[in-house]
Design a protein around this ligand. Structure first.
Ligand code: IMP
Ligand code: MG
Length: 421
């Protein structure tokens, strides 16, 4: 079976740490969408490691890791990541596999990302500027280059053709970065990529499934950034919900098993776009400080607010999340009250449905207020010792969302994880 682990909010729910823990129970960890816009932060033997394109199973020597065809790959970041891991003594050469149908991010994609965001001015998406949007546009526009193309004879020609097209597009913009200087390192990284294990993803994964291997699909970004169902147009360019697993890895829907959905005990968002429970006051600042809410990739301060059960229920529904994981509960230590959003008022009407016109200014979040749990989440090590106020919060979430919480994370370390069932 292929189990799935994904974020239910706007990313940064703490997926890296959880997948690192869950990896112990799986033979293969696979990334199915996104690219180096992701930043999965893990703490391994006291070292902070940020993974971008590589699945978080690499710390477990017996786990195989697959970068699926739904991912967009920047060879430069990929090489940096592999070399960085090697310095920590983690061998990735033998247990990393890359789909030959995964699309490549070119230097000119990064330039187009930067130029088009700059042109949007105040309407900008707040992209990570890693070239994700332009690379996926070329994929659906049927112009893209795939990893397998670098192994073909006319690779250079294909590259030049797409590059020339990009140059015509770039000519329409004012603020163009000096991307030509990025080409040399790109071609070096392409040589490096050539020597990695490039595989036919769909056959590779289905053979492993037929041999009874257990696979975990690791989502990036979050459900509310899904290109179809997120807060469009303030979204990323891939399907971040469970549906993306089938197209991103080449497996049938019957092969999907459990879906782990991760949420923070509060909510954050990095970049622009709607965020109904955002706090602009000192409570928001307190969350940001206590939760160290700064982007792993871009270092931008994250916007912070209360947990949004309306958005979460929508995300749980679309992915069929049946095992919830609540992270960063220790960050809410010291809050006298904890709020949870249980409905919106949209143009004067109250609803528990996620509205179409989510970008409208006429959306107000309505809250229920729960009692805080003092300082009792920090240091808690087992389910029997969870504070009473936390149990009330847990039951509120479970009854509203219709799914059970299986794990609670209460710190950055590998050990700060409480299993409930
Ligand atoms: P892009 O995917 O880099 O184009 O960014 C589109 C939007 O998604 C921006 O608001 C980004 O901040 C956000 N985003 C992209 N990747 C991540 C992520 O891994 N975590 C959180 N937000 C992300
Ligand atoms: Mg992140």
């Amino acid at each position: 079976m292929v189990d799935v682990l994904l974020g239910l909010q706007w990313g940064d729910e703490g997926k890296g740490k959880i997948v690192d823990y869950l990896a112990q129970g799986y033979d293969i960890i696979a990334r199915f969408q996104g690219g180096p816009n992701a930043g999965h932060t893990l703490y391994v033997d006291g070292n902070k490691v940020v993974l971008r394109t590589i699945p978080s199973g690499v710390f477990n020597p017996r786990t195989l890791n697959l970068i699926g065809n739904g991912v967009v790959i920047d060879p430069v970041t990929l090489r940096e990541e592999i070399e960085g891991l090697k310095q920590l003594g983690i061998a990735v050469d033998t247990n990393l596999f890359i789909a030959h149908k995964a699309h490549l991010i070119l230097p000119s994609h990064r330039a187009l990302d930067a130029a088009s965001e700059a042109a949007k001015g105040k309407d900008k998406i707040g992209s990570t500027l890693k070239g994700i949007g332009p690379a996926y546009m070329d994929k659906t526009g049927r112009n893209g280059l795939r990893v397998g193309d670098i192994l073909t004879e006319n690779w250079k020609e294909k590259y030049e053709k797409l590059k020339n097209k990009h140059m015509e597009m770039l000519a329409m913009y004012q603020d163009i970065p000096d991307w030509k200087s990025w080409e040399a390192e790109f071609f070096n990284a392409i040589e490096y990529l050539r020597n990695l294990n490039i595989v036919n993803c769909e056959y590779w994964i289905n053979e492993h499934l037929a041999n009874g291997k257990k696979i975990l699909a690791e989502g990036a970004q979050g459900s509310m950034l899904d290109v179809d169902y997120g807060t469009y147009p303030f979204v990323t360019s891939s399907n971040t919900i469970a549906a993306g697993v089938c197209t991103g890895l080449g497996i049938a829907p019957q092969k999907v098993g459990d879906v782990y959905g991760i949420t923070k005990a509060y909510c954050t968002r990095v970049g622009s776009g709607p965020f109904p429970t955002e706090l602009f006051d000192e409570t928001g600042d307190k969350l940001r400080d206590a939760g160290h809410e700064y982007g792993a990739v871009t270092k931008r301060p994250r916007r912070c607010g209360w947990i949004d059960l309306v958005a979460l229920k929508y995300a749980v529904m679309m992915s069929g999340a049946n095992r919830l994981i609540v992270t960063k509960t220790d960050v809410l230590d010291g809050f006298d009250e904890i709020r949870v959003c249980t409905s919106y008022t949209v143009n004067g009407e109250t609803t528990t449905e996620f509205p179409f016109d989510i970008c409208s200014d006429n959306i107000v979040a309505n809250y229920e207020t729960l009692e805080g749990w003092g300082n009792n989440m920090t240091g808690c090590t087992d389910a029997q010792a969870l504070p009473g106020a936390f149990l009330k919060y847990q039951h509120k979430l479970e009854s509203f969302l219709g799914a059970r919480i299986q794990f609670v994370s209460n710190g950055t370390g590998r050990n700060n994880l409480i299993k409930i069932f």
